[in-house]
Design a binder for this molecule. Structure first.
Ligand code: BDR
Ligand code: CA
Length: 302
């Protein structure tokens, strides 16, 4: 498979997405973005997760705010650190190289790249804007974001699209093939509480970390309930690794870039003959997805 790059804002579900991706995809590196928390924290969190897993993977720090708006963080969902619930060991401070030069270099040297983005799309949009000559190197971008019906931060908007609607609109209409995994499917795949013990049963620091992180997340995620907790971002990894687990419908989409209650709302533009640009996940084989996810996590068993 082509080389994979990750762009994320860890975040509890990003943490799961990161380690599942590393277990099964040829991941070349991670760029971090401001979203669930400020970028200094999402950068540190990414390094902390890798440290617990004992995995070396390049991490660089990207955009500190959305394209044209002040940052809105999800501290009520992910806590003050962005990864509350687990007491991470201290790690040495690091200085990041510039994310956009790093991306330019990586993408130039690879024949083709597949990108997974599980935070606001700021880094991806800025990079696409600045590198029209390298766009054809991007096979596709798999995005966790948006919702056809019902948001999680407002009545209409999903968090990642709400935070940077301008970047979302740019990426979805950029002409680069996009596979979109939004709340319409992530709210179907709920991790039930009685399954949390399976993290613990891995009997490794990674298992303990996920057990404690998801204990916290399940108390704070607005759509967690008696049936379980959404695990949003790891579905984007599944969408790339196991696309047959989803039902896909091509659509032309528009993201509202206003400042009223419609900010970040995603709407479908009726197609007028042209091939719609975005492949939207409209259904998921929930059982197949979880069975695949637990299989990948075996990588972290003692
Ligand atoms: C998205 O918002 C963030 O809080 C999660 O990490 C996920 O990417 C779900 O709406
Ligand atoms: Ca995220």
């Amino acid at each position: 498979m082509d080389t994979v790059l990750l762009d994320m804002d860890p975040g509890h579900d990003d943490a799961l997405a990161l380690l599942v991706a590393l277990s099964c995809l040829p991941v070349r590196g991670v760029t971090t973005v401001a979203g669930n928390q400020i970028v200094e924290k999402t950068y540190l969190n990414t390094r902390r997760i890798l440290d617990v897993a004992g995995i070396h993977c390049e991490v660089v720090r990207g955009a500190s705010k959305p394209l044209f708006r002040p940052l809105v963080v999800a501290d009520r969902v992910h806590g003050d650190s962005g990864l509350d619930g687990y007491d991470f060991p201290l790690i040495a401070p690091a200085r990041s190289v510039d994310a956009f030069s790093w991306l330019r270099q990586r993408i130039r040297e690879e024949p083709k790249v597949r990108w997974i983005a599980t935070g606001p799309l700021t880094n991806v949009a800025v990079w696409l804007m600045g590198h029209p000559d390298l766009r054809e190197k991007i096979t596709d971008i798999t995005v966790m974001g948006g919702a056809l019906r019902g948001g999680n931060v407002t009545r209409y908007a999903e968090f990642n699209f709400y935070v940077d609607p301008d970047a979302a609109q740019y990426v979805l209409t950029s002409g680069v093939p996009v596979s979109l995994v939004g709340l319409d499917v992530t709210h179907k795949a709920l991790l039930s509480f009685h399954e949390f013990y399976r993290f613990k049963e891995l009997r490794t620091p990674v298992g303990e970390m996920f057990y404690q992180l998801f204990a916290f997340f399940s108390q704070h995620e607005p759509n967690a309930g008696p049936e379980g907790t959404p695990v949003h971002d790891v579905l984007a990894v599944a969408a790339l690794a196991q696309p047959h687990l989803f039902q896909w419908t091509p659509m032309a989409l528009h993201v509202e870039r206003c400042d009223d209650e419609h900010r970040g709302k995603m709407t479908v533009i009726p197609s007028q003959g042209a091939v719609p640009g975005v492949n939207v996940a409209t259904d998921i084989d929930v059982e197949g997805f979880f069975s695949w996810m637990w299989q990948q996590l075996e990588y972290y068993r003692k």
